[in-house]
Write a new protein. Sequence first.
Length: 335
Amino acid sequence: MWGWIALAVFIVFIIVLYLLSPLISPPQINLKDAHVLITGGSSGIGKALAIQAVQQGSKVTLLARDKLKLEEAKKEIQKYVIEDDCEQRVQTVSVDLSGDYQLVESLLHNAESSLGGVDILINCAGTSSPGRFDELPVSEFRKMMEINYISAVHATRALLPGMKERGRGRIVFVSSQAGQLGLFGFSAYSASKFALRGLAEALQMEVKPYNVYLTLAFPADTNTPGFQEEQKSKPLETKLISETSGLFSAENVASIILADTVRGRFFSSMGLDGIMLSCLTCGFSPVTSLMEATQQVVTMGIFRIISLFYLDHFDRIVRRCKLDRETRNSEKKKI
Ligand SMILES: NC(=O)C1=CN([C@@H]2O[C@H](COP(=O)(O)OP(=O)(O)OC[C@H]3O[C@@H](n4cnc5c(N)ncnc54)[C@H](OP(=O)(O)O)[C@@H]3O)[C@@H](O)[C@H]2O)C=CC1
Ligand SMILES: CCCCCCCCCCCCCCCC(=O)[C@@H](N)CO
């Protein structure tokens, strides 16, 4: 009897939350006719995002360094254009985003002159150099910050004033699950992805009154050219720990990021591990639905307990790999 009453109260509570949710949820935006600028749009997750935006009627600017790769991506993405009135265009900009800011700014403003003010900026350009801390050259730490963090600062700095003036806009930062927890082999990479979170939280507080909303995406391992490259130099420990969260397709990751961006959700996470991680590490992040806040409050303690088991599992992986290496080395010496 009491069990049923408790269940009924719980269900009513959930329904009330759903009804109240729109009060704090950001307004949805329409991808149709929107100008979506995607940094890193010539490959992997960025390219998948571009294809899906175009399929939903957006005009797209792709930004990356390699001109040839950009042209090839543009040709592929153009196949998905849904309007034949020449209004829905795909254009490319070739620039090193982490380089000279004045150049980045003027190229981005040119892109806006031809396709209109950017409605959605997706900061996806990035790379990873895995390796043990003391084996990574110090220059890699600077490189990670420049490509993964400064690139996003540059693009956002150039496009935000226009968004504030127009009173609307979305900005996405593609971080990583390695931007929610630090893990073996990702000391340089994780730090640069954590930096995006500080930036996103501070910026969201500034720009909410201008109707500009941020989305911070935390993909797990995703099968892309960048991932294949990274696999070549990844320590075994990093591979084994990352595998816990599975391997996603770029299309799947892109569709989750795009849906969360349209809804204006601050966190975009994927898979069960991803959702647990976001609840556990929500900290002082902005709330974009009451449902989300309730989930966080209710589950945090439980997820912390679960995380202790994961931590123990990861420690065991690290210990086992070290032992295996030492045994192999001593066998080699004997021969
Ligand atoms: N794949 C994965 O497992 C995961 C990836 N991520 C993140 O998602 C994002 C995309 O990853 P993924 O699709 O795998 O990457 P890819 O390596 O496949 O693509 C990276 C893109 O970024 C561009 N880029 C890199 N550096 C610069 C630069 N300095 N200026 C301009 N453009 C640049 C590249 O083009 P070009 O080289 O021509 O400049 C390319 O278009 C990255 O930020 C990554 O850290 C997060 C979690 C998991
Ligand atoms: C309640 C607790 C839940 C805990 C779940 C823990 C799962 C940890 C897995 C971390 C995976 C990190 C992948 C990074 C991928 C990446 O960014 C690179 N591939 C970039 O190229």
